[in-house]
Design a protein around this ligand. Structure first.
Ligand code: SAH
Length: 364
C-alpha cells in the first residue's frame, strides 16, 4: 500500500462511526479503514476506540496485570540501528556486560519478589555463546520458579530451537516497523525479510512470541502504522510491545521529534482489538514521554507492566533512549511502586506466570 500522508482526512465523521462499529463487532479493519481512523485526531472518536479496547481486554485477558521483571544484562551491540543509543558506533556510551553467575543470581532475586517472569534483554552481544545462554537458562529454571523471556535479537533458527529446548518460554523480537522501506532506512545493517524470518522461526520452534513497533518514527505515515496493525492481525502474536520513538542525541536521528502519547495509545488500542488475547505491556517508553502514560495504556488495552530489575550500576548505562523512567530506583522500589499503581488503576496484580493464552492449557 502506498503510504498516505498522516494528516489527510479521507473519511467523514459518519464513516468513522461505521469503522468504530465494525471494530466492536468484527474486531478487524481493512487497510483503508485503518488509515482513515489513524489519521483522525478527533479525541471523541479515540475515547470510543479506547473503550472498545478496554472492554475487549477485560473480556479476553481479564483484570490481572502481569509483572515481568526486566534484566538488561548487556548493552554491547554489534548493530547500528539509527534510533538506538546502544548502536555500535555510539562511542560515547559506557559499555557493560553481566557475568552469567550474576544474571542467574538476579533472576533468583526477581523470583524472590513474587514475580513470575524474568525478561533477559541485551544488545546483540556475541560474548554470550549458545552454551553460555543455555547454561544461564537451565540454571535459572532449576533454581527459581519463574518463566523466562528472551529479548536478545536476531539469531539462526537452530539457535532459537536450542534456546527453546533449554527451557526459555518466550521471545520478544519487535518488528520495529512493518514498512520495509522505513525499516531498511533505520537499519543499515539488517534486512526487513530477515527480521520477519526470525519472527516466523520463533513461532516454528515453539516460543510464545512477541512482536511490536515504535510509533512516531521520523518519516512514518498513517499508512505505515496501518501496516503495523495489519501485521499484528496476520501473525496473532502472543505479546505485543508498542512504544513511542524517543530521540537519542548520540544517534543519526537524534534531532527528530519524539512520538506522541496520543499516537501511541491509538496503536496500543488497535493492537488489542485486532489481537484480543495478546499480552500487551504498558511500556516504559510510554511512561517516559508522559508521566501517566503507562496508566493511560492500561486503560487502552494494555495488561502487562515491566518493572526494571537491572542493578543500579548497570541500569544507568542501558541508554536505548534518554530520560528513561525510574532510572534511579532500585528494583525492589520499582516493584513496590508499580504494584501500587496497578491497584490504584482499579486492576489486580497477576500472581501466575501470565503465559500466552494459547499455551495456558499445558503450561499452567
Ligand atoms: N537487541 C534486542 C533488544 C532491543 S532493545 C532486539 O533487537 O530485539 C528493545 C526495544 O527498544 C527495541 O526493539 C526498540 O523497539 C526499542 N527502542 C530502541 N531504541 C529506541 C528509542 N530511541 N526510542 C524508543 N524505543 C526504542
Amino acid at each position: 500500500m502506498k503510504p498516505i500522508p498522516y494528516k489527510e482526512d479521507r473519511y467523514l465523521m459518519s464513516d468513522l462511526a461505521y469503522v468504530i462499529d465494525k471494530l466492536k463487532t468484527r474486531q478487524t479493519l481493512t487497510g483503508t479503514e485503518l488509515v482513515s481512523l489513524i489519521s483522525s485526531t478527533d479525541e471523541s472518536i479515540w475515547q470510543k476506540v479506547y473503550a472498545v479496547a478496554d472492554q475487549i481486554r477485560q473480556e479476553y485477558v481479564g483484570d490481572d496485570v502481569h509483572l515481568r521483571g526486566l534484566l538488561e544484562f548487556s548493552n554491547i551491540c554489534k548493530r547500528n540501528c539509527s534510533y538506538c543509543g546502544l548502536r555500535k558506533n555510539n562511542r560515547d556510551q559506557i559499555r557493560y556486560r553481566m557475568q552469567p553467575s550474576d544474571i542467574i543470581e538476579q533472576a533468583q532475586r526477581i523470583a524472590s519478589y513474587g514475580i513470575k517472569t524474568v525478561v533477559l534483554q541485551s544488545g546483540e552481544d556475541a560474548f554470550y555463546s549458545l552454551d553460555m545462554l543455555t547454561h544461564i537458562i537451565r540454571s535459572i529454571k532449576q533454581t527459581a520458579d519463574i518463566a523466562i523471556t528472551l529479548s536478545i535479537g536476531e539469531r539462526t533458527k537452530d539457535d532459537y530451537r536450542t534456546l527453546r529446548e533449554a527451557g526459555a518460554d518466550r521471545y520478544l523480537l519487535r518488528h520495529e516497523t512493518a514498512s520495509k522501506e522505513l525499516y531498511e532506512k533505520l537499519h543499515p545493517d539488517s534486512k526487513y525479510e530477515e527480521r520477519i524470518r526470525c519472527i516466523e522461526d520463533l513461532f516454528d520452534v515453539g516460543f510464545q512470541v512477541g512482536i511490536g513497533s515504535m510509533v512516531g518514527l521520523p518519516g512514518q505515515t498513517a499508512g505505515d502504522l496501518a501496516e503495523d496493525i495489519l501485521l499484528i492481525q496476520k501473525y496473532q502474536p502472543d505479546m505485543i510491545g508498542i512504544g513511542p520513538f524517543i530521540p537519542h542525541q548520540d544517534t543519526p536521528i537524534g534531532q527528530a521529534d519524539s512520538g506522541t502519547i496520543e499516537d501511541t495509545l491509538k496503536i496500543v488500542s488497535l493492537a488489542r482489538i485486532v489481537c484480543p488475547t495478546a499480552h500487551i505491556p504498558a511500556t516504559t517508553a510510554t511512561g517516559t514521554i508522559d508521566y501517566y502514560g503507562r496508566e493511560k495504556a492500561l486503560h487502552a488495552g494494555a495488561n502487562v507492566v515491566m518493572p526494571n530489575f537491572t542493578p543500579q550500576s548497570y541500569r544507568v548505562h542501558y541508554n536505548i533512549y534518554p530520560n528513561k523512567r525510574c532510572i534511579d530506583e532500585e528494583g525492589h522500589k520499582c516493584n513496590f511502586c508499580i504494584r501500587a499503581m496497578i491497584v490504584r488503576e482499579g486492576r489486580t496484580v497477576g500472581t501466575g506466570y501470565g503465559h500466552a493464552i494459547r499455551f495456558k492449557h499445558n503450561t499452567g
